[in-house]
Ligand binder design. Structure first.
Ligand code: ATP
Length: 383
């Protein structure tokens, strides 16, 4: 889901939307003493609990959420996802560490500023989003604007726009009880969107939906993100959902982020055995891109002919192109041939014997041949 992100994520000089440093949330008696005590921080969850009665739900977590990206927080139940994301707007008060939004210190905000943060800047979409049962869809969506003091005519107009945007046109006058679970979730999404927040925070919003509706909603999020480029933080315990939606994924275990990276990095270069076990059953060809399997062109003919694929095409897409053409495909970017992929290298990725090496072509060294100068331009559009 990188289309909007790559165009809107901006340059390295951009201030991140959220910047989190050394964040801790400890529940329990005298929680404050835990983060600063090396003896206690060295303990595992069970030992910490038995020694102090405390649970470290978030342990020394640092990351940035970049403008325009979908940042997924993933982990099993109890790994600390909800606590971490609630700390971002201080729905849960952190125990230690720093949080900034657009460079502004969230921990230093007073009550009024915090309310403003939650209402205007970082809106949350919950799994159980508490729609008002006696209000219509339109009024539920307009509710956040009403709280903000927006006049009736304007809020109805804006609510109608977002209702249409999330595909609920024609249902404006229904009440929540007259909607399906998926439609209700769309109302919750529309309500968060109506206040036009800089960042949307999703707390497992789709986990109660049945699989088909869930897929629809995931596609809705992908579409909204592509159209608007809005920054999103998305909690899920579902790996497929994380891989589908995330530009980057923070994988949590026992309060720590064990790996932070793109779906391709997480699947292709798991940081440890835990992550490796987590991603073992992922169909690699649907996540890994052709960069992983690419080698330099072996000859001028190879660089000049054959089907073209984009560098961010999946291995699965390249397999189709190679199978149709009966020979290697060229990886093309802005008219330049970056390298080629052949069936053997693509198969290596599927089999998991080619990893993320960071060096194009190094995944299949035995087959590496001498590079050929790339042609200046080609006529075909990459698939
Ligand atoms: N108010 C609380 N008091 C004590 N412990 C808590 C509290 N809230 C959460 N915890 C503990 O903190 C840890 C992390 O919980 P959290 O809800 O953040 O996990 P999660 O990854 O979001 O789980 P789930 O997917 O089940 O929602 C768990 O061990 C949980 O029991």
């Amino acid at each position: 889901m990188s289309t909007a992100a790559t165009t809107t994520a901006g340059t390295a000089g951009d201030t991140p939307v959220f910047s989190v440093g050394g964040l801790w949330k400890v529940f329990g008696p005298k929680a404050d003493r835990v983060p600063g005590d090396p003896e206690l921080t060295a303990l595992g969850p069970a030992e910490l609990r038995s020694r102090t009665g405390c649970t470290a739900a978030v342990r020394d977590v640092s990351f940035d959420v970049r403008k325009g990206e979908v940042f997924v927080v993933m982990g099993l139940s109890g790994s600390g996802k909800s606590t971490l994301v609630r700390c971002l707007t201080r729905l849960i008060e952190p125990t230690a560490g720093t949080i900034a939004i657009d460079g502004e210190d969230v921990r230093a905000m007073d009550g009024a500023r915090l309310r403003e943060l939650r209402r205007h800047r970082a809106a949350m979409v919950f799994q159980h989003f508490g729609l008002l049962p006696h209000r219509t869809v339109l009024d539920n969506v307009a509710y956040g604007l009403q709280i903000q003091g927006v006049g009736k005519a304007e809020r109805r107009e804006r609510a109608a726009e977002v209702v249409a945007k999330v595909g609920l046109e024609g249902m404006e006058q229904r009440r929540p009880a007259q909607l399906s679970g998926g439609q209700r979730q769309r109302v919750g999404l529309a309500r968060a969107l109506a206040v036009d927040p800089e960042v949307l925070l999703f707390d497992e919003p789709f986990s109660a939906l049945d699989p088909l509706i869930r897929r629809d909603m995931q596609e809705e999020v992908v579409r909204l993100h592509r159209e608007e480029g809005r920054t999103m933080v998305f909690i899920t315990h579902d790996l497929q959902e994380a891989l589908k939606l995330g530009d980057r994924i923070a994988l949590m275990r026992d309060g720590r982020v064990v790996q932070l990276g793109t779906p391709e990095e997480i699947v292709g270069s798991p940081a440890d055995d835990y992550v490796r076990a987590f991603v073992r059953d992922v169909p690699r060809e649907q996540v890994m891109t052709v960069r992983t399997a690419m080698r330099p062109a072996a000859s001028a003919e190879e660089a000049d002919g054959g089907p073209a694929v984009r560098p961010d095409a999946t291995v699965s897409e390249a397999i189709e192109a190679v199978a149709r053409a009966g020979g290697p495909a060229r990886v093309m970017e802005q008219g330049r041939c970056l390298g080629v992929v052949d069936s053997a290298a693509l198969l290596d990725v599927v089999a998991g014997v080619a990893g993320m090496t960071g060096v194009a072509g190094a995944a299949a060294p035995a087959r590496r041949r001498e590079p050929t100068p790339t042609p200046a331009a080609v006529s075909e559009e990459p698939v």
